[in-house]
Ligand binder design. Structure first.
Ligand code: GLN
Ligand code: ZN
Length: 754
């Protein structure tokens, strides 16, 4: 076998420690810098990143994990599979960005979540007319660049099976995997070129194989790797999976002549010892969690590694997945208390853990005993920290869970609420946010820099709220909102006010393209020192006689967009967050708020990759939503908002949420979603979005009225609400006003026809 290595990671962050790539790319888009300047920033970041990994002691380093936007898009370029509509853009870099973001005349590729992470990839489109062709320039250039810097580089590719399974078939019902035969010669060619360029290993990522796959799909994957591994002139293949177990795919793939397997032993439970073929393989054990921010328990990781020794030919240590999903380094966090800091590991710290474990494995523990000691000490202070075990909170949660009585049946609630609110049929409302104007951003920045004080900031936000309320009154909407000007982000806003969360200073993680997020860290028991939204909402309510909706984020979404505790089940954390949200709903109700919306746009995102794990997830996630929303009287209306229309596996769960009104995306799916809901017996209020807020286009009255008439075919009038698809914070004030004016007019038109 080719010489193996001992310590690696499967990929690393690429936006730059200070988001340099984001800034440079956005400057390029607006024409402030040229392509050469952008390429220089990219090259410097790549070289510095690889040099850092090398100097930390990794002896095989992933390359071609850099991307100007996304690795699936890079793979589409590699395989000549960009859609025809971008071909008219002459410059390759601009063509690439056109596929990613669209232009005035070209629609971009769709974007969707990368497995169950918060990273979004671009979905390649493959039609019967797509002719694949190899363009290896990117990977070869990055490999040469790394070699010239003396880096022991391992090129990384997305494998053909994952590429096809994650792409979208256009103009055909044939499964895309039938095109595998067309891709294999290209991958074969590419392996030859990589061998010519002195790559000793190539990492081929096939994460799609950790999802449920049919026997035919697994067989197709096995045949593909049997073929690739039979080629004579190629690097050794490290077949790589992450985010879960390979299950039946593992023995199938291990039967081929592929030399190595990188396996996620954090998210997955594959039993290496029960696959005899692995005894002749190089196995890269992903024991350092690449998706969360906790310091690794080195003793337990080392014992996992030790238990594998007899079952494999050679063993190396790695992160469980690419470090793309965690921030660069803890060194940038100055606000952390000492204890919390000692429990955490971001990218750089995780690399050190990998190297420490590899050293312990190959040379014994003596030289790295200090690191083991530190990890043990951190685990012990973490286990004993009172913030992780708030007895009063836990007692109260148990008591509420034991004694909570459900709400009255939905139809009964609807009647009580209708009497109290006396809304017209087809009531009009919005999802919560109004445009985040530059005035709002300026005020937030000024507060952060200390240029204005809290009082001035509150005054400015109140002025915004007053404007938004006045606008809604002028437009004659029925249920108003305060517009959410005070919220930087719908999760961070709450995390900053709840005990148990820590907001990082610069823990940026790429979400898609140049968009980065800073997920809060949930480290302790959650409680709510004081009301979080009541002042803002009651202020808005004081300005109008119409009902103002209180706006909250639900427990599942708060967890989905945070780094979460790994020392207790997610369901326990969800219930703790739910209790705080429940307290907030009770306070809002006491302050006179009659409608409260609890958003759960991430309910579907956390859905486990394997169907077998889904019922348990849906059970606790629905349970935590109901805990959060069942503390109020039957007369208080609970609304929720979900950000998508393909409900699939979660459709019955949506009914179980038992929210009085659910607003959903529907404009792009032409109300079909309403039939899907009826099919599972959904009989609650529903607000199918009547226009698409993802586009600046102002919908006409006729168009919206048409959608409403269509919706009335599927939903009786007493259950139908009228609203846009989603929040309006990314839109401009003028288009919002015009669109909402038409929305209200359309509702009035259709009302008159009833
Ligand atoms: N209430 C939020 C808003 O309007 C909901 C955002 C979302 O659906 N992601 O902005
Ligand atoms: Zn939404």
């Amino acid at each position: 076998m080719t010489t193996t290595f001992t310590a690696t990671v499967l990929g690393s962050p690429r936006i730059g420690p200070h988001r340099e790539l984001k800034r440079a790319t956005e400057s390029y888009w607006t024409g402030r810098i040229d392509a050469d300047a952008l390429q220089r920033v990219a090259r410097d970041l790549r070289r510095q990143g690889l040099a850092d990994l090398h100097s930390q002691g990794l002896d095989s380093i992933p390359v071609n994990t850099f991307s100007f936007y996304d690795q699936m898009l890079d793979t589409a370029v590699l395989l000549g599979a960009l859609p025809d509509r971008v071909a008219s853009v002459p410059d390759p870099l601009d063509r690439y960005f056109a596929a990613a973001r669209g232009t005035d005349t070209i629609a971009p590729l769709e974007m969707t979540k990368w497995f169950d992470t918060n990273y979004h990839y671009l979905v390649p489109e493959i039609s019967p007319s797509t002719t694949f062709s190899l363009d290896a320039s990117k990977v070869l250039a990055e490999l040469a660049e790394a070699h010239s810097d003396g880096i022991p580089a391992r090129p990384v590719l997305i494998g053909p099976v994952t590429f096809l399974l994650l792409s979208k078939a256009i103009g055909t019902d044939e499964p895309l995997l039938t095109r595998l035969d067309e891709l294999l010669p290209l991958y074969g060619d590419l392996l030859g070129k990589l061998a010519d360029a002195d790559a000793s290993w190539v990492q081929i990522d096939e994460p799609a194989l950790v999802c449920d796959r049919t026997d035919e799909e697994i067989e197709a994957a096995r045949t593909a790797y049997e073929h690739l591994s039979s080629l004579g002139h190629r690097p050794a293949i490290l077949l790589t999976s992450y985010f879960g177990s390979l299950g039946d795919a593992l023995p199938a793939l291990a039967s081929t002549d592929v030399e190595g397997f990188a396996i996620d032993l954090v998210a997955g439970q594959d039993s290496i010892g029960s696959v005899p073929d692995l005894a002749r393989k190089f196995v890269v054990a992903g024991v350092v969690d690449g998706r969360n921010v906790w310091r690794t328990d080195l003793d337990s990781a080392l014992s996992t590694l030790g238990s594998l020794l007899g079952s494999v030919d050679t063993l190396a240590v790695s992160s469980s997945c690419s470090l793309l999903h965690v921030p660069y380094t803890l060194a940038a966090e100055s606000g952390l208390d000492k204890a919390l800091r000692s429990w955490l590991a971001f990218g750089t710290e995780k690399v050190r853990e990998v190297v420490t474990l590899a050293t312990a494995l190959t040379q014994g523990r003596e030289s790295v005993e200090d690191d083991f000691g530190l990890a043990r000490a951190a685990a012990s202070t973490r286990g004993n920290d009172k913030r992780l075990n708030d007895a009063a909170l836990r007692g109260r949660l148990d008591a509420v869970l034991r004694s909570a009585t459900g709400r009255a049946p939905a139809a009964q609630r609807r009647k009580i609420q209708a009497e109290l609110l006396s809304l017209p049929p087809l009531p009009t409302t919005t999802i919560g946010s109004y445009p985040q104007t530059s005035k709002i951003r300026v005020a937030r920045a000024a507060l952060r820099k200390g240029e204005i004080g809290e009082t001035e900031y509150v005054a400015r936000m109140r002025a915004e709220i007053a404007d938004v309320v006045a606008l809604q009154e002028k437009l004659d909407l029925d249920v108003l909102v305060h517009g959410e000007p005070e919220r930087n982000d719908m999760v961070q806003y709450f995390a900053e006010q709840l005990e148990g969360f820590f907001a990082t200073a610069s823990g940026w993680v790429q979400s898609y393209g140049t968009r980065c997020v800073r997920p809060p860290i949930l480290y302790g028991d959650v409680s709510r020192p004081k009301p979080m939204t009541v002042d803002w909402i009651t202020y808005a309510q004081s300005l109008t006689d119409k009902p103002v909706k209180g706006m909250l984020t639900g427990p599942v979404t708060i967890l989905a967009w945070s780094f979460v505790r790994d020392d207790q089940p997610l369901s326990d954390s969800a219930n703790q967050v739910a209790l705080s949200i429940r307290d907030e709903t009770i306070d809002l109700q006491a302050a006179g708020i009659r409608i409260i919306q609890v958003d759960e746009p991430a309910l579907r995102e956390l859905l486990p990759l394997r169907a077998a794990d889904r019922p348990a997830y849906l059970d606790w996630s629905v349970g935590s939503f109901r805990l959060a929303t069942s503390g109020v009287a039957d007369s208080t209306a609970i609304h929720t908002h979900l950000c998508y229309s393909e409900f699939g596996a979660v459709i019955s769960a949506i009914a179980s949420l038992d929210a009085d009104v659910t607003s959903i995306e529907a404009a792009r799916s032409h109300m079909e979603v309403l039939d899907d809901l009826s099919a599972v017996g959904f009989d609650l209020g529903v607000g199918p979005g009547v226009y698409d807020i993802h586009s600046p286009r102002v919908p006409s009255v006729d168009e919206i009225a048409g959608s409403l008439r269509e919706a009335l075919n599927a939903v009786p009038v007493e259950r139908l609400w009228v609203n846009p698809d989603c929040g309006l914070k990314t839109r401009g004030p003028l288009e919002v006003e015009a669109s909402l004016r038409n929305l209200v007019e359309a509702a009035k038109l259709v009302r008159a026809e009833l």
